[in-house]
Design a protein around this ligand. Structure first.
Ligand code: ACO
Length: 320
């Protein structure tokens, strides 16, 4: 798999921690200390599709690939505009990617890693050679903006890559699901408006509900395990990885994973300070930013690791 181009898109509206104080009892100090977040971007009138479309157009321009040369479009998202059509299908139409099949995938914050693995395997088919994988989220509409336990964390954005079946093979993949009976992280509960439906015992809520501590504990134990399994699979030493691109849920989670792996902290870039938690968009956004500012070099080895709702974790080792 070769990553021909990477790109990201964030909404123009930037909200600093202090601005949240008019909606909830919080402080810049608390948010910075406990999460590493200083600001986040949220949409005002853009939809999930708009962010994904911006990324897709940038990818085609950067890779100098025509839309009709794409064989697939995959969008990882937990915040689609519609149940159907998928963002991926709408991109296929808007880009006039006439030869591409398209679908969305939802593994919450691990969505990009799962989608990239699926794309890589699809390219073993003799008719599938190149396509786009995008993580795109509008989490601001899934947040109760008066709930300080979740509202300070989540944000909007999109990031993605254009890949083909050339280059180096993906060196390792570790995917693991922890079907969550305790529902430590819930969002987007649906209401049944059918005349046949019984009245629910509790009013369904579309908003995030999260046991922050449980998800934190999950992340700091399962992410290092997943990365270690991937490293063992590929027979790669911790120090032989150039960059560890971890889902940006909390800077303290990244620091804890770094320590547990006994890895060099300089290899764990952070962008949660400016972007908050953008779920499936966070890792491809980080990748695109690293590529853009020249830190990421061709031939370098990357660990991509996502984790979150499901609960789920997914780690890949790829060559840039
Ligand atoms: N501002 C001020 N005080 C707050 C805030 C806030 N925004 N939020 C919580 N507090 C208070 C709590 O009420 C609590 O007060 P109390 O002790 O009087 O009850 C105190 O701060 C400590 O709260 P904790 O929940 O224990 O704080 P913690 O240090 O665990 O940090 C956090 C909370 C940031 C949510 C952390 O647990 C975390 O990052 N968890 C992981 C979350 C995560 O990764 N989720 C996303 C997964 S990705 C996906 O799939 C979408």
């Amino acid at each position: 798999m070769e990553i021909l181009a990477s790109a990201y898109s964030v909404p123009a509206t930037r909200i600093e921690n202090d601005q949240l104080r008019q909606y909830m009892d919080t402080s810049d100090d608390w948010i910075k200390e406990r999460t590493g977040i200083k600001a986040r971007h949220v949409v005002t009138n853009q939809k999930n599709f708009d962010l994904a479309y911006d990324v897709a157009q940038q990818l085609l321009a950067k890779a100098q690939v025509a839309a009709d040369q794409l064989d697939f479009i995959i969008v990882a998202t937990m915040s689609p505009d519609y149940a159907t059509p998928a963002e991926a299908n709408r991109l296929q139409a808007a880009l006039q990617a006439d030869h591409a099949f398209a679908f969305n995938i939802n593994v919450a914050c691990a969505g990009f890693e799962y989608a990239l693995h699926v794309a890589d395997r699809l390219m073993t088919s003799p008719t599938v050679h190149q396509g786009i994988v995008i993580g795109s989220e509008v989490l601001s509409r899934l947040v109760d903006w008066h709930d300080r336990r979740t509202a300070v964390l989540f944000a909007d954005g999109a990031g993605g890559v254009l890949i083909n079946d050339q280059g180096f093979p993906v060196q390792a993949v570790d995917l693991k699901s922890f079907g969550d009976t305790e529902m430590a992280l819930v969002a987007g509960e649906q209401t049944n408006h059918s005349p046949f439906a019984e009245a629910p015992s509790a009013k369904p809520s579309p908003f995030f509900k999260m046991n922050g501590r449980a998800v934190y504990q999950f992340a700091i134990s399962e992410v290092p395990r997943s990365i270690n399994r991937a490293l063992t699979q590929a027979a790669v030493a911790v120090d032989d990885v150039d960059w560890y691109l971890l889902h940006q849920a909390n800077a303290r989670i990244v620091q804890s994973v770094t320590k547990k792996l006994k890895a060099d902290p300089a290899k764990f870039p952070i962008n949660i300070d400016e972007h908050g938690n953008t779920s499936a968009a966070s890792v491809p956004t980080l990748l695109a930013q690293l590529a853009e500012d020249g830190r990421l070099q061709r031939g370098q080895r990357l660990v991509l690791s996502g984790f979150g709702g499901g609960l789920s974790v997914g780690s890949l080792i790829v060559t840039y």
